[in-house]
Design a protein around this ligand. Structure first.
Ligand SMILES: NC(=O)c1ccc[n+]([C@@H]2O[C@H](COP(=O)([O-])OP(=O)(O)OC[C@H]3O[C@@H](n4cnc5c(N)ncnc54)[C@H](OP(=O)(O)O)[C@@H]3O)[C@@H](O)[C@H]2O)c1
Length: 323
């Protein structure tokens, strides 16, 4: 089978499309013929080993796991002997653990607990756009952010992969949502349910006089005092990303109980089912910026690294009859 492989850390040029051995499912695993995957910042963090701490996870000098790609959607081709939830022919979607990525390939084996049936109303591309970004939005808002109905919620970075899910998930809890994005994304962010939008190229959301019970920051470009200025008393700010190590350390050291980094999003069955139900109910609709073929994953990552994706960047995996 074909897969994207990297054997040294570096820019997208290190990614190569190679012929590799097709995997065989372990007892609790499912072999999936991948139809679509999606790219996440985690892919380029691992590819470049940036920040440096990524090397502790995936090898000091060169990558231990030489594959990338967390989000997958495809058709079950074979099941391990103890698999109970899926059978050959099922259409599924899910998220690989960060130390076992392998979604940028024609086939992958995943534990059955990492998967759910693909909602019939979604294409493979739409389903592949969902898992990691939606886990991040859900877990950031719910677990770190302690989201409650009836709150004023602000999403910074509302137009990106995570932000587009955060806007919709915050709305699904019954909240008034303000999305911060640039001019060209104002309409899109409104169209996915934001009640208010702030154009960050014209207005600073920390200077409008509005205050929020919950801020979910998918950019991570603001100081702790900025967050404090716009949080209501007892408000919470959950930060998912960061634009520099100094921003990261400031939030970690000075944020206190109410302003802090969310934990790294964890793929799990319970949350995948919650997200699947939101998708089936039409309360969450994936926003796809563009799609690239498997042979152009390097281009897809290069584009994502620019930091201006409108929703998700998807990889489509074509199969010829031999595979
Ligand atoms: N904690 C976790 O477990 C976890 C999991 C997944 C992702 N993350 C992190 O979360 C962050 C977001 O991930 P993502 O997948 O959403 O990335 P992404 O898709 O690359 O985000 C790009 C979006 O960010 C917007 N943006 C850039 N600068 C902005 C600014 N100054 N103000 C407001 N919006 C701005 C861009 O809009 P414009 O084009 O309009 O600028 C674009 O729509 C990343 O740092 C990622 O590493 C964390």
């Amino acid at each position: 089978m074909k897969a994207i492989v990297y054997t040294e850390y570096g820019p997208p040029e290190v990614l190569q499309l190679k012929e590799v051995e097709k995997p065989t499912p372990q007892d609790t695993e499912v072999l999936i013929k991948i139809h679509a995957a999606s790219a996440n910042p985690a892919d380029w963090h691992l590819m470049r080993a940036e920040p440096f701490l990524a090397r502790l996870e995936n090898g000091l000098l060169k990558p231990k796991n030489t594959k990338l790609g967390a989000d997958i959607a495809g058709r079950v081709e074979a099941v391990g002997r103890n698999v109970t939830q899926f059978q050959k022919g099922d259409d599924v979607f899910g998220c690989m653990p960060l130390n076992e990525l392998g979604g940028f390939a024609e086939y992958v084996c995943a534990d059955e607990d990492a998967l759910a049936l693909k909602p019939a109303r979604l294409t493979f591309e739409q389903a592949a756009a969902v898992p990691l970004a939606a886990f991040t939005a859900l877990q950031g808002l719910r677990d770190k952010g302690q989201i409650q109905p009836g709150q004023k919620v602000l999403i910074n970075g509302a137009s990106g992969g995570v932000g587009t899910f955060a806007v919709q998930i915050a709305k699904s809890y019954g909240n008034k949502v303000t999305g911060v994005c640039s001019t060209r994304n104002l309409e899109m962010v409104r169209s996915i349910g934001a009640d208010h939008v702030i154009d960050y190229t014209k207005n600073d959301f920390t200077q409008t006089g509005q205050r929020y019970e919950l801020i979910f920051d998918a950019v991570g470009n603001r100081s702790v005092s900025d967050y404090q200025r716009v949080l209501r008393p007892n408000g919470i700010c959950a930060v998912a990303g960061f634009t520099s190590l100094s921003r990261l350390f400031q939030v970690m050291l000075l944020g206190g109980k109410k302003i802090g980094l969310m934990e790294t999003a964890k793929a799990n069955k319970k949350d995948l089912v919650i997200i699947k139900e939101l998708l089936e109910a039409g309360k969450v609709v994936p926003v796809i910026d563009r799609a690239y073929p498997l042979s152009e994953v390097a281009e897809a990552i290069r584009y994502l690294e620019e930091g201006h994706a409108q929703g998700k960047v998807v990889i489509t995996v074509e199969h010829n009859n031999k595979t």
